[in-house]
Design a protein around this ligand. Structure first.
Ligand code: NGF
Length: 291
């Protein structure tokens, strides 16, 4: 069984101008993450993949393309969570058959599900598969928060091996690390990689690693080696870059930065905005400034 720890790029979505999935773009982004970025893993079907705007067939196709391109070169984790539980169950079985290393599932969102309902959701997804699961915890987008006691209840299922922690609450992160030494914790905010690594995470999953992998690796390795001031200097540059990316439009700008490196990363999916000339110009400036 593959070790799941390490740095993962959250795989970007790649779309043609008519909104269809760009297989060519996806394959190029995947190769770039393996050959150039030397990532440990890819997180397929997350927010960065614009996943929650896609049909079940499109999600399946992207899972297939990622596995076909990556083969066993890199750890593959599939985000199968959806507010449609039947779809999540179907996708979990689908990626198990494809040979993915693990699944992840966002907490069900939009409706105000109570904790018992959320717990039931994870149990139902896991009933049908023999796979390791990483809970996708992102309260600022889903509105779903857990206490340590609730995490404990979820973690009673041995198939749940960890959490993708996209949360800026370092007190909670520290409590999680102390309480669950055997569970895997993946940091979800790239701009907080250094403090999260200091607190003892097992890896990180991020959108900006598609373009900023080298600095992310340095921060992660230096912090683990307790070379904090060196790591901090790189986190400062990284956060200048992330601030500029966020100001110009997160996923679109990352794709435009990849375009500067010759990768046909494609467009974003409606209702996300198409690229404007100003956005393209700004992306070129960002590229010159940081790369
Ligand atoms: O894009 C988001 C949404 N978060 C990502 C990452 O947690 C997403 C993060 O890298 C992810 O893993 C996924 O695709 O599901 C941010 O983009 C980054 O830190 C900039 O804020 O919050």
């Amino acid at each position: 069984m593959r070790d799941l720890r390490g740095l993962y790029s959250a795989l970007l979505g790649s779309f043609n101008e008519d909104g269809s999935v760009s297989e060519k773009g996806l394959r190029q982004i995947i190769r770039h993450n393996i050959d150039h970025n030397k990532m440990d893993g890819l997180y397929v079907g997350g927010s960065t993949g614009e996943n929650f705007m896609l049909s079940t067939d499109e999600k399946k196709r992207i899972f297939e393309i990622a596995k076909d391109e990556a083969k066993d070169d890199i750890t593959l984790m599939a985000q199968v969570g959806s507010v449609n539980l039947k779809e999540s169950i179907e996708l979990a079985k689908f990626v198990e058959d494809l040979g993915y290393d693990a699944i992840s599932a966002v907490t069900p969102f939009y409706y105000k599900f109570d904790f018992d309902e959320v717990h039931h959701y994870y149990e139902r997804i896991l009933e049908g598969v023999d796979m390791r699961m990483v809970i996708y915890f992102i309260p600022f987008l889903t509105g779903v928060n857990f206490s340590i006691e609730q995490f404990k209840t979820l973690f009673e299922n041995k198939k749940i091996v960890g959490v993708k922690f996209t949360q800026g609450d370092f007190y909670l992160l520290e409590r999680m690390r102390k309480t669950f030494p055997d569970k895997l914790i993946f940091a979800g905010f790239d701009e907080m990689l250094l403090p999260a690594t200091v607190l003892g995470i097992d890896g990180a999953i991020g959108s900006t690693y598609n373009v900023n992998a080298e600095r992310a690796r340095q921060i992660y390795d230096l912090a683990r080696a307790e070379k904090i001031s060196e790591a901090r200097a790189i986190q400062h540059v990284t956060n200048d870059l992330i601030t500029d990316i966020l100001d110009n439009g997160l996923y679109g700008t990352i794709k435009l930065l990849l375009e500067e490196q010759g990768i046909e990363a494609g467009c974003c999916r409606e209702p996300m905005k198409p690229y404007t000339p100003e956005m393209r110009t700004r992306a070129k400036e960002i590229y010159k400034k940081y790369f």
